[in-house]
Each structure stands twice: as structure tokens, then as C-alpha cells.
Write a protein that binds this ligand. Structure first.
Ligand code: IPE
Ligand code: IPE
Ligand code: MG
Length: 266
């Protein structure tokens, strides 16, 4: 079993501050083009933005921050841009892991890492190992990640581990094999850069996540934009399938309930 519940099986606890925020950091290329800079200058700036957003997330009491850095489809970009991004990943890990560790941050990288070159894979492994005992914030970077890849790799691993149960698997059986098994499902999803799509990000885990889209380009994203997203989140009524009247009768939408209690109350 995974340590975290599933929003489609039981109503999760949800508070004023989102416990888990997941972000598609989009708009780096357009940010650079607007300044007559090469696209990759936007990616470089994007790393600085991420550093600021990590700090702001800790200050706001967010416990899990997950960011989409490179999708399984981003290999389709010009090879120079892809290699720039790979080098940027290497240098960011080289420069930042010590700082993350000092700040009590646990680093996780999710995605199909087999396609990365050995030095990058070694840095990822070392970064995860160094920070494994930290608990102030879990920072997950999705790299060569795709939501469909995740579901399929989890199914394949489950099939190999439990062939005897094939055809009778439950959500609970699959959960520990998903790449995001170390986090609860995101409460708040943010996409910068104006596109309103999921682009194959965490398609399993976003089932009941509140979605927030902003035109702000990722290099321009800051604590204020994060606060706007959180304020929007706080105005939402998270019903998880229940009615508004049920939530009001409970006096609070914050009470977790088991499906059994729900049917008895109804
Ligand atoms: C997001 O910015 C970063 C990555 C996908 C690596 P983009 O590079 O997609 O920027 P736009 O969308 O072209 O502006
Ligand atoms: C999604 O951004 C992936 C990342 C931010 C890493 P893209 O810019 O690649 O998304 P699409 O292809 O425009 O949907
Ligand atoms: Mg983009």
C-alpha cells in the first residue's frame, strides 16, 4: 500500500494551505524571445525562478512541491535546446544540492531516467541520497517524465511483482508503483505561460486537484503570483463528489470522511 490515500477512494483532508503544489513551468522561450534573447536564456532564468519559488513555498508551509522540468515529449525540440537543458540540469544539480540539503529539503527526481547520460544519472542519485533524510519540503523534479509513461511503468512493475493477481488489481495495488508514491496527490496545480492543458503531467494524480492557469511566464513567476494561486485555491469548494449541502451540514469542507460514514450520513 502507498502511505497516502487516494482521492477517488476516500475523501482526503484538505486545509487552507495546499499541502502539495504541482507546477508546469511554462513560457521560458517566450520570455526570452520578448527580450530578443535566445530561448535558452529563458531556461536559465527559469532556474532562478524555481529557487525563489522553493523559498516562498517553505515560507507558506507547503510540504510538497513538484515541478515539470522536461517532458517525455520535449525530446522533439531542436537538439541544441535539448542539450542545453541537459547541461543546465547538470549544473543546477551541481550548484544547488548542498543548498537544498542545508535548507532541509528532500530532493526527488521522477521520470524515465534511463535516457539520461551517466554523469547526470549519478548526480541525480547522489542528490537524492544526500537529501533523503530531510522533511521540511519535498521537492520533486519531473524529468523525462510523462503521465502515461508513469501509469504504464507502474502497471508493468505490478504485473511482474504479482502475476498471480493479474486481472484483479485495485488502485491500492498500483499506488506504490507509481513514480509519485512518495507524495500525496497535489491539492493545487499551477500552469504558467497561458496554455490551458495538462501536457501529459501527472494525469493519474491530478484526478481531484484544483487547477490554476496564469498568463504569467515562468521566469516572471514570483511569491505574489504564488499567493494569487493560493488565494484562488482557498476560494474553491473541494467537494470530492459530494454536494455543497453535505459540506455545509458538516460545518466544514475540511473534515475527511470515509465512504462508509458518508453513506450513513446520507
Ligand atoms: C518551459 O518553457 C520549459 C520547458 C519545456 C523545458 P518553454 O520552453 O516551453 O517555453 P515556451 O512555451 O516556448 O515559451
Ligand atoms: C510542458 O511544457 C513541459 C514542461 C514544462 C517541462 P511544453 O511547453 O513542452 O508543453 P506543450 O508541448 O506546449 O503542451
Ligand atoms: Mg512551452
Amino acid at each position: 500500500m502507498s502511505a497516502f490515500g487516494s482521492s477517488t477512494q476516500t475523501v482526503p483532508e484538505s486545509g487552507d494551505v495546499p499541502k502539495h503544489v504541482a507546477i508546469i513551468m511554462d513560457g521560458n522561450g517566450r520570455w526570452a524571445r520578448k527580450r530578443f534573447l535566445p530561448r535558452v536564456a529563458g531556461h536559465k532564468q527559469g532556474v532562478d525562478t524555481l529557487r525563489r519559488v522553493i523559498k516562498a513555498s517553505i515560507e507558506r508551509g507547503i510540504e510538497y512541491l513538484t515541478v515539470f522540468a522536461f517532458s517525455s515529449e520535449n525530446w522533439r525540440r531542436p537538439s541544441e535546446e535539448v542539450s542545453f537543458l541537459m547541461n543546465l540540469f547538470v549544473s543546477a544539480l551541481n550548484e544547488e544540492v548542498a543548498r537544498l540539503h542545508k535548507n532541509g529539503i528532500r530532493l526527488k527526481i521522477v521520470g524515465d531516467l534511463s535516457r539520461f547520460e551517466l554523469p547526470l544519472r549519478q548526480l541525480i542519485e547522489a542528490g537524492e541520497r544526500t537529501t533523503a533524510g530531510n522533511s521540511r519540503l519535498t521537492l520533486t523534479i519531473a524529468a523525462n517524465y510523462g503521465g502515461r509513461w508513469d501509469i504504464l511503468q507502474a502497471c508493468n512493475r505490478l504485473a511482474r511483482a504479482h502475476p498471480e493477481k493479474c486481472g484483479e488489481w485495485s488502485e491500492g495495488d498500483l499506488a506504490p508503483y507509481l513514480a509519485m508514491a512518495h507524495t500525496p496527490e497535489p491539492d493545487l496545480f499551477i500552469r504558467t505561460g497561458g496554455e490551458e492543458r495538462i501536457s501529459n503531467f501527472m494525469i493519474w494524480q491530478l484526478a481531484y486537484t484544483e487547477l490554476y492557469f496564469t498568463d504569467r511566464l515562468w521566469p516572471e513567476f514570483d511569491a505574489k503570483t504564488l499567493d494569487d494561486a493560493i488565494a484562488s485555491y482557498q476560494r474553491r469548494e473541494r467537494r470530492f463528489g459530494r454536494t455543497s449541502a453535505q459540506l455545509q451540514a458538516d460545518g466544514s469542507s475540511l473534515q475527511p470522511e470515509s465512504p462508509m460514514q458518508q453513506s450513513q450520513d446520507a
